[in-house]
Design a protein around this ligand. Sequence first.
Ligand code: NAP
Ligand code: G4F
Length: 325
Amino acid sequence: MTTQRRALITGITGQDGAYLARFLLERDYEVHGVVRRSSTETFERIVAIRDQIQLHQADLLDQLSLVRVVEKSQPHEVYNLAAQSFVPTSFEQPLLTGEFTALGVTRMLEAVRLVDPAIRFYQASSSEMFGKVQEEPQTERTPFWPRSPYGVAKAYGHWITVNYRESYDLFACSGILFNHESPWRGKEFVTRKISDAVARIKLSRQSRLKLGNLDAQRDWGFAGDYVRAMWLMLQQDVPDDFVIATGVKHSVREFCEIAFGHAGLQWEDHVEVDQALIRPADVNTLCGDATKAKQQLGWEPEASFAELVRRMVDADLERVAKESP
Ligand code: NAP
Ligand code: G4F
């Protein structure tokens, strides 16, 4: 009889899914992933591990497809990472964001409950739920005040996870993760938009970078550290919710200073503010207190902010240099 653990990851093609899949493979898991059908594959981040994982087509909008994928993969652990995750898009497509990012969580929980209620469930909750922050730093007990349809949808996803734990005794955990970045971050998010632009400017492929709110502050960590926290949550004796953060915040302006500086450039020479990139309502500051995770999970972030910025810029410099001009 095999003792190998099986995990199912929704959102395996995204930044976190790609890091988590590798983390679980290193721990000898059988890794299954949910992918949605599209005319061109979005497998760039998982291409190197493609033959070590099993992919299944399903969609957060389609309840039956989710039930079938849980039946087929028979996971011990489900990591629900799939979502419409870009805040500005949530203002443009609030209903679709609600369907994916809020109701999609209920659909996954229902699939788990129906197929095997012993499955351990991780929900990718977000510091965006704190929005207009009610205290600093934010903990598991800080009230939510979301400032975007995305934040509102994530607050629903958080509470439905807590509700299924309390109502049906599911081992369901909500990880309230603060912003985490990497060279695999989508290029629409501000950190990667900056590191990509720094590389393109340095290599003379671009001259200007348009940004929105330079004063916004975030508690930025490294994605590789954060997927370890997801896994730790599902290895505990009792399910619970945890804030995952570094406890240090920086502004978008500071990110620019370090990123441009690392490439020997002055950020003021290249960055301009574009009013069109200012959000209808923004989250001005976020900073998390991960004391509970440190005490109960033994989790601590390893990468520092400056290291993270430099790593992202270096990766983009290497990538852009290989592209034909
Ligand atoms: P990401 O790179 O945007 O990845 C999102 C994933 O969701 C992609 O694999 C995407 O698939 C999939 N997806 C979207 N809609 C889907 C649908 N209808 N059906 C099936 N799959 C769908 O996001 P991430 O940064 O890895 O974040 C992972 C999760 O953590 C998300 O839920 C995000 O909201 C949450 N979160 C992220 C952060 C952060 O700082 N990164 C912080 C807190 C919480 P395609 O490849 O097909 O688009
Ligand atoms: O990088 P961002 O788009 O990330 P945001 O909105 O904080 O959301 C990310 O982190 C959340 C965790 O708190 C996740 F749940 C969510 O899925 C996502 O991964 O923007 C960060 C800040 C914002 O205040 C934004 O207004 O940067 C500011 N910003 C300034 N100029 C910009 C830009 N953001 C983007 N994307 N693009 C700009 O040009």
